[in-house]
Design a protein around this ligand. Structure first.
Ligand SMILES: [Cu+2]
Length: 156
C-alpha cells in the first residue's frame, strides 16, 4: 500500500500521479448479494470543484467474505476507495483496489478512515437530493443504494 501525501488540508488528490480508479471487472448479471448498505450518504465539498466523499457501512450477512471491487456513483466522473493512513506522524491517503466485507461482519467508510472519494460530480447533485451508488463486488454482484446528499456544513 502506497502512502499518498495530503494536499493542503483538502481531500483533493487529482494532482497525484497514480490516483486512478481501479480497473472494473466485467459486469455480470446482478445477483442476490449477501452485502447490504446502511448509513450511506454523499457529502459535498466545502469548495465547489473539490472532491466529494461518500460514506456507508457495508454489512455481509453471508457465510463467505465478500469483496468490494469498485463503486459507481451516478453523475460522478471518478470514484475511488481510499484509506486514511498515518505514517511517521504524517497523515495521507492510500488507494484501495478492493475492500473486504467479512462474513457476518461489516466494513465502515467514515470521515478520517476509509472513504469513497468522488471527483467530477455533476452540478445537478445538490444538498437535499439523492444520488445512486452501486457497489460492484468481485463476483460481479451489485448492491445499490440511493444516497442522501449533504452539504459539508451539515455533516460536521
Ligand atoms: Cu481520499
Amino acid at each position: 500500500m502506497r502512502l499518498l501525501p495530503v494536499i493542503a488540508a483538502s481531500l483533493a488528490c487529482m494532482a497525484i500521479a497514480g490516483c486512478k480508479p481501479a480497473e472494473q471487472p466485467a459486469a455480470q448479471t446482478a445477483q442476490t448479494a449477501g452485502v447490504s448498505l446502511s448509513n450511506a450518504r454523499l457529502v459535498l465539498p466545502i469548495i465547489a470543484g473539490d472532491p466529494a466523499a461518500a460514506y456507508f457501512t457495508a454489512s455481509n450477512g453471508g457465510d463467505k467474505p465478500s469483496r468490494i471491487a469498485s463503486i459507481e456513483i451516478a453523475g460522478a466522473g471518478m470514484v475511488m476507495m481510499h484509506d486514511t493512513v498515518t505514517e511517521g506522524g504524517k497523515t495521507g491517503m492510500a488507494m484501495l483496489d478492493s475492500v473486504e466485507v467479512p462474513a457476518h461482519g461489516s466494513v465502515t467508510f467514515a470521515p478520517g478512515a476509509k472513504h469513497v472519494m468522488v471527483e467530477g460530480l455533476s452540478e445537478q447533485v445538490k444538498p437535499g437530493g439523492k444520488v445512486a451508488l452501486t457497489l460492484i463486488l468481485d463476483d460481479g454482484a451489485k448492491v445499490q443504494a440511493d444516497l442522501p446528499v449533504e452539504s459539508a456544513a451539515s455533516s460536521q
